[in-house]
Design a protein around this ligand. Structure first.
Ligand code: SDX
Length: 422
């Protein structure tokens, strides 16, 4: 017998041998043996909903590769625009391809003036930037109805360029609106990440002095967030995209999933958690509360990594470079203390709970001057190429609409009583 399993239905004695291919077992085979019986896995911990060639994770070994390239090699050598090209198109660009790609993205960076006047200005002053971003991404669907031609590869490419290009512009505009400063248009003379910093913190008339250390650190953070296989928000994108909805509402659904504190919202939750532990001597009490189930240690744990998240390891180094410019974030020592106590405690060790990408990223963002409501927005900018790559892959695979089955636990059929009999 080769690489295969055999399933036997003990009610009938019937068996079926199913090959193991690429680490997977085709559902079509066993469902023919077990009509009406479903493998129940509500959070997809042990089931695959996709075949993908974009990113490879090995949770036990703490490995992360984009299109086969280890994250440790990409981080610090390839810029975010190179990695976005790699994630979306499958290969690292040549210098000419990179130059053309950066120009194409820069050309598409501006957003329509109506976005500012009629959409962004419609929000409350204290609206959370993620709520504005999610609505803004969905609103793009109304500006580019041609994006609905999702089965056309050229059309898909046009929308992918627009979304990668406009995400920073929309994000920066959401921030400028919240602090009441005039919008700053994209500056074609700056690179992608420098331009974002200019739109965030620059004056209206431009001329923003990009700090190279901060720009490089943010660019690296975008690289680390570019993709991560079938995480919650990417799965949301694949589910919504499978209905052939346009890429704008598809990405809005992904950003909505990212907003949750169990996912991309964790970087904001970590800083709020650290701010809540106002002094060193409260760390032990806090950890006691975690072990009692009163609260989670935000920024710790991962469905796949049962080892140190390789991105968290890289982020610790980035943090020191940023803090050398901005001054150390006072919450860093608290974070390091929490990590030290947790990694020595059997509660965390026995559950394979280690720092994930969100444990340090918020501290870095905060030290760079980003307000806490922008942290998950920054995650979304970095993840946009990954969401789009998975959407494009799904369309190219000609996959069917996602429609899971269920295990029904409700009433058997019963008759409707008249209201007087209820
Ligand atoms: C991201 O999927 C991805 O790839 C995501 C991501 C990406 O790049 O897209 O990597 C980005 O979302 C990282 C995760 C950010 N979230 C957080 O930091 C929030 C805190 N972490 C937890 O909520 C949790 O660890 C999750 C959501 C990340 C994972 O949840 P799982 O896999 O469903 O794990 P679980 O809840 O079943 O936990 C198993 C055990 C439980 O204890 P017991 O019931 O066995 O006693 O571990 C405990 C949990 O209570 N546990 C924690 C904990 N995480 C898990 N206990 C305290 N603090 C935590 N953070």
């Amino acid at each position: 017998m080769g690489e295969s399993i055999t399933i036997t239905d003990n009610r009938t004695g019937e068996s079926i041998e199913i090959p193991i291919v690429d680490g997977g077992i085709d559902a079509g085979a066993w469902s023919s043996l077990l009509p009406g019986i479903w493998f129940d896995d509500p959070s997809f911990s042990a089931t695959s909903g996709a075949s993908s060639s974009i990113t490879y994770l090995d949770g036990g070994a703490g490995l992360l590769r984009y299109r086969g390239y280890p994250i440790e090699q990409l981080a610090g050598t390839a810029g975010f625009m190179e990695v976005a090209y790699l994630v979306v198109f499958g290969e690292l660009p040549t210098r000419d391809q990179l130059d053309a790609w950066c120009d194409e993205i820069a050309e598409a960076a501006p957003i329509h003036e109506n976005f500012h006047k009629r959409i962004l200005e419609g929000f409350r002053d204290d609206a959370h930037a993620m709520g504005v971003l999610i609505a803004g991404i969905a609103a793009m669907s109304t500006f580019w109805p041609d994006g609905k031609d999702v089965e056309d590869t050229t059309c898909r490419r046009t929308q992918m360029v627009r979304l990668i290009a406009k995400m920073p512009t929309l994000a920066a505009s959401a921030y400028r609106r919240s602090v009441g400063t005039p919008y700053v248009q994209p500056d074609h003379g700056l690179d992608y990440t420098g331009n974002f910093l200019s739109m965030m913190f620059g004056q209206r008339e431009g001329g923003y002095e990009v700090d190279p250390v901060l720009r490089d650190a943010l660019d690296l953070l975008f690289v680390l967030h570019a993709d991560h296989e079938q995480n919650c928000s990417t799965t949301a994108a694949r589910i919504v995209g499978s209905s052939h909805a346009d890429p704008y509402v598809t990405l809005a659904s992904a950003a909505a999933a990212l907003y949750g504190p169990r996912h991309g919202g964790a970087n904001e939750a970590v800083v709020r958690m650290l701010e809540g532990i106002s002094s060193y001597d409260q760390v032990d009490d806090f950890i006691t509360g975690v072990k009692a189930g009163d609260h989670k240690l935000m920024g710790f744990g991962h469905r796949v990594y049962k080892n140190y998240d390789p991105r968290a390891r890289i982020l610790k180094d980035v943090a020191h470079k940023v803090f050398a410019v901005t001054g150390t974030n006072p919450l860093l020592d608290m974070a390091l203390k929490l990590e030290e106590v947790a990694l020595a405690d059997d509660y965390f060790i026995s559950r394979s709970l280690y720092p994930n990408v969100d444990f340090y990223s918020g501290l870095i963002y905060q030290s760079m001057g980003f307000p806490i409501e922008m942290f998950t927005v920054l995650f979304a900018i970095g993840r946009t190429p990954g969401w789009l790559a998975h959407w494009d892959e799904l369309m190219a695979q000609g996959s069917r609409i996602a429609r899971p089955r269920q295990v029904y636990t409700g009433h058997a059929q019963r008759d409707v009583p008249s209201i007087d009999q209820r």
